[in-house]
Write a protein that binds this ligand. Structure first.
Ligand code: NAD
Length: 435
């Protein structure tokens, strides 16, 4: 199939490159000229394991091209994915200006029956709005081309994007059009072949499924962070609690880890946007208000843990291991590390940082920190160390060596990666989350 993907960010690139790998002819469009110039040179503007190999193959076999020319993308294909950003606006609603701008371009340029697929995470009712915008542009042109707007939310996780896209738990497709259903079946034939269910539903339910899923996952995280406070106060162990809960089939073991709070480009903004949508329609949003509040508290609870061992941080050097909001990505949007670093700086500390992948991104958003080239360099001469992101490479480091090169032995483990006894043996004064 000939497919256009508008928006060459995390989602757009994964969709475009993998669909090219499945034999489709793909045109990836973006307004960002620097991004497109990089992609034309086969350089990925994002870090995603395995994606670069697939990109090279698709380019070399002529199945993918990159352009800033959206007209070309729309007119030379039969399917257009909208995969642009939907960041929060000043009221925490999803800012739909990029989606609507693409809808306008589609209305101004379609020249045949086209299936428009909304991959961006958008509030319920957006597909209707996109339909109206396209119809109005067609009317202005005095032309009439049939089209369908389909909701096809994306559930991939950064760092696992290829596996998640090619082997998803489910593919949700919201459409009532038989013609669009056939096109969608054809696009996902290769992926559905792996036995993964395609769930066809109405457009509005599909739009709600995406927000409700992210909000549920964020709720589990905040729920466990809430319970971790109880463990800390009365002397329980959140890891044991999570294990005992997760053995219940009705609950299951995943997303029960307490930690330094959730971040990233999706959970924080999607929880806030769903709160706005609920309130807009006069529905109760109290659960999600609490989820959001606990998450903020959690991010701000890390520095006080360090201060409980090292009360005065003025002039002290603190090392941070991990900056990305989670391992296997360089994404630092709403990363707990940014709040923890800012709390440290407000307390007068100097901060040294290391992350295996997010250093380039970090350099554009962090100021007054020392960037180090490995975890040992970050820990050297530090008075305290905080593990923020649970990269695998932090799991088995020589912690006795780390302790020796530090000036004092304070370690806060924001992800419960280490065993408390081992850390004690290595000479650390150690605090983790809810244990
Ligand atoms: N990142 C994730 O893990 C993830 C997972 C599932 C869903 N989503 C959702 O997918 C959407 C995209 O997210 P992302 O992380 O890929 O965003 P991103 O910011 O990485 O990429 C968005 C891209 O769209 C481009 N763009 C903006 N306006 C444009 C226009 N008019 N024409 C062409 N290109 C334009 C931007 O230049 C940017 O490159 C969001 O709604 C997000 O919530 C993201």
């Amino acid at each position: 199939m000939k497919i256009c993907v508008v928006g060459s960010g995390y989602v757009g690139l994964v969709v475009g490159i993998i669909l090219a790998d499945y034999g489709n002819d793909i045109i990836c469009v973006d307004v960002d000229e620097t991004k497109i110039a990089k992609l034309k040179k086969q350089e990925l503007p994002i870090y995603e394991p395995g994606l670069s190999g697939l990109l090279n193959r698709a380019v070399e076999e002529g199945r993918i091209e990159f352009t800033t020319d959206i007209k070309k993308g729309i007119q030379e294909t039969e399917v257009v994915f909208i995969a642009v950003g939907t960041p929060p606006d000043k009221d925490h609603k999803a800012d739909l200006q990029y989606v609507y701008s693409v809808a306008k371009s589609i209305g101004r340029n379609i020249n045949k029956y086209t299936v428009i697929i909304d991959k961006s995470t958008v509030p319920v009712g957006t597909a209707d709005e996109v339909t109206k915008i396209i119809s109005s542009e067609l009317k202005t042109r005095g032309t009439d081309h049939e089209f369908d707007v389909v909701s096809n939310p994306e559930f991939l996780r950064e760092g696992n994007a290829i596996k998640d896209f090619t082997n998803p738990d489910r593919i949700v497709i919201g459409t009532e059009s038989e013609k669009a259903m056939k096109v969608m079946q054809q696009i996902y034939r290769g992926i559905a072949r792996t036995g993964k269910p395609i769930m066809f539903t109405d457009v509005k339910s599909a739009e709600i499924i995406k927000y409700a899923s992210n909000a549920m996952l964020a709720t589990r995280i905040s729920f466990m962070n809430m319970v971790s406070h109880l463990c800390e106060t009365v002397g329980g162990n959140i890891k044991e609690v999570a294990k005992g809960m997760g053995l219940d089939d009705r609950i299951g073991p995943r997303f029960l880890q307490a930690g330094a709070g959730y971040g990233g480009s999706c959970f924080p903004k999607d929880v806030k946007a769903l709160i706005q949508t609920l309130e807009e329609h006069s529905c109760v949003a109290e659960i999600l208000l609490a989820v959001e509040e606990i998450n903020q508290l959690q991010k701000h609870s890390i520095v006080p843990k360090l201060k409980s061992m090292l009360p005065d941080l003025t002039g002290k050097t603190i090392a941070i291991w991990g900056l990305a909001f989670k391992p296997k990505t360089d994404d630092m949007r709403e990363a707990p590390a940014t709040i923890i670093i800012s709390d440290l700086q407000k307390s007068g500390a100097k901060v040294k940082v290391f992350d295996p992948e997010a250093m380039d991104v970090a350099k554009t958003i962090l100021s007054d920190v020392i960037f180090c080239s490995n975890p040992y360099e970050a820990a050297e001469d530090a008075h305290g160390l905080i593990l923020v992101t649970e990269w695998n490479e932090f799991r088995n480091l020589d912690m006795e060596k780390v302790r020796k090169i530090m000036k004092s032995p304070y370690l806060v483990d924001g992800r419960n990666v280490y065993n408390a006894e081992d850390m004690k043996k290595a000479g650390f004064k150690y605090i983790s989350i809810g244990r």
